[in-house]
Design a protein around this ligand. Sequence first.
Ligand SMILES: Nc1ncnc2c1ncn2[C@@H]1O[C@H](COP(=O)(O)OP(=O)(O)OP(=O)(O)O)[C@@H](O)[C@H]1O
Length: 468
Amino acid sequence: MNKLEKEFDSKMRIQNSSSSSDNSTHPQRSRSFAFRAPQENFSIQDFELGKIYGVGSYSKVVRAKKKDTGNVYAMKIMDKKFITKENKTAYVKLERIVLDQLDHPGVVRLFFTFQDTFSLYMALESCEGGELFDQIMRKGRLSEKEACFYAAEVVDALEYIHSMGLIHRDIKPENLLLTEDGHIKIADFGSVKPMQDSRITVLPNAASDASEWLIFQRIIARDIRFPNYISAEARDLIDQLLDIDPSKRPGAGPNGYASLKKHPFFKGIDWKNLRTEIPPRLALEPRGQTTGGEDQDSSWNPSHVGDGSAKLNDVNIGTTSVSEAGSITRLASIDSFDSKWQQFLEPGESVLMISMVKKLQKLTNKKVQLILTNKPKLIYVDPTKLVVKGKIIWSDNPNDLNIQITSPSNFKICTVSYSSSHLTCDFTSCIKYIVKTNDGAKIFPMKPKLHKVWNLPLIHICFILAVR
Ligand SMILES: Nc1ncnc2c1ncn2[C@@H]1O[C@H](COP(=O)(O)OP(=O)(O)OP(=O)(O)O)[C@@H](O)[C@H]1O
């Protein structure tokens, strides 16, 4: 073990066991325990690396086949230097410990871990069906039957997670992965919070600072507008689940999850046999957009990681980035919906999305806090002085023009009068010019030529934005 490994080990200090343990079925609160998923002495060279499943804020996940057994895993690879520098050891530790102790068909399984000089590796159950998020994007929208099935599987897994005394705190379609045959697995336990009486063993300090940084989104307003096609049962359930008082939400009362499961939305669900039911059919990735499998050129080269050439891949772990296939860009961490931004809102106005970006200036970059609200309005705040530097009020009437959040980093401005009524704006992509017009907004990837905006009822050109 070299110096870097030793240093990292002392920070991670988690007691090792080389094989599965018998206390996994009865997790107890104690300082020293054995892992169910052992810390192995493997090397990344023991695996054939395939496509990149995705990139997180401090990790990337790659399909990896163990050369000797042929077993396939989703290998989560984390750069030690980055984790140490960004003080993320607690999150890594927490996710490792929690995943180790969870055992449910609706929760992604951790099989083993290992490390080398530069990286930590977590061999996770491979969810070949990808993210629910992508299914929604590919299908346009889920049918209510499909949504009901997925919701039921999520409820079933959450009931287990909550029974173990854990709050996931980041349930969203991106963290709901699908098996090859289309069943849900909850992933990403980096934001998990153990309740006081948790049945999960948490090592000292593992959960202490895992709060604000990982809260991506919070529902701060109950201004819900349902499209016509949403049934009365679904509306009622969503409305009840979004009750501002958590104790009033279905599932939170004395009857626990039974009351949630009995809601008319879930009529027809066979709760006991969910995992043997036939799940909704998966929409496949459009041809030409695959991220590559083992047999494709874009599969990962093992020399990119580990002790081999010791160089990290071109995908930058720990920053906002785009996967090689150009799938949707994500914000690494959306700043939490902090109360400090509330001061910039009018009564009744609520935040839809928030992000820190760099405003490109001639010689310098300046940080700018963008706050997208339901007015719809984009407010532009100097985050150090906490003063408003500008606003684009797209409309005073949300019925004329509305904003739809399409992913953690993208939103659409939907106008009534444009034929191309959906203008997608991306909080993270490079340079954007937003032109506000009488009819709404138009977004240009480049500075628009005057003749292009000439015939628009132009009000003004607003921003030049760039990603941090
Ligand atoms: N077990 C898995 N099987 C298949 N794909 C996975 C698996 N785990 C994660 N992924 C994919 O890899 C991506 C990166 O996952 P990771 O856990 O590193 O970060 P994240 O949850 O997306 O982001 P963050 O760490 O910022 O919360 C995920 O978005 C997901 O699409």
